[in-house]
Write a protein of this length. Structure first.
Length: 116
């Protein structure tokens, strides 16, 4: 199973985290191989800034997801627009050139698109 979650609204992070955690837990229990990626673009990339996330209480949840193999991607266009450096992000976050391109490419590769 391959799924890509799309977060562009900071208010949607809690639901996205819960959805991704539930999906990973289900597939782990079911012993099904999975690939789950969360792509953030627009203002939602701010929560992937380690210091900011730590301050608002999301750090542990992001770390827990990364530990079970959920990958994270941040849109470089959004980072540039918000003047956020890649170095400020969690170390497990990959910067992709454009969030929308990442979403389209993953869907072409068979990923189910989920927008919490």
């Amino acid at each position: 199973m391959k799924a890509i979650f799309h977060v562009d609204d900071p208010e949607r992070w809690s639901l996205c985290i819960a959805n991704a955690r539930n999906m990973a837990a289900f597939y782990h229990t079911d012993q099904t191989l999975y690939q789950i990626e969360i792509v953030a673009n627009g203002p939602a990339v701010q929560q992937l800034v380690a210091a900011y996330s730590r301050a608002i209480g999301l750090e542990e949840q992001f770390n827990d997801l990364a530990r079970v193999g959920v990958s994270f991607a941040a849109c470089n266009n959004a980072l540039n627009n918000l003047k956020i450096s890649a170095e400020a992000l969690f170390p497990f976050v990959t910067v992709v050139p454009a969030g929308v391109v990442e979403l389209a490419q993953k869907q072409t590769d068979g990923y189910a698109y989920i927008k919490p």
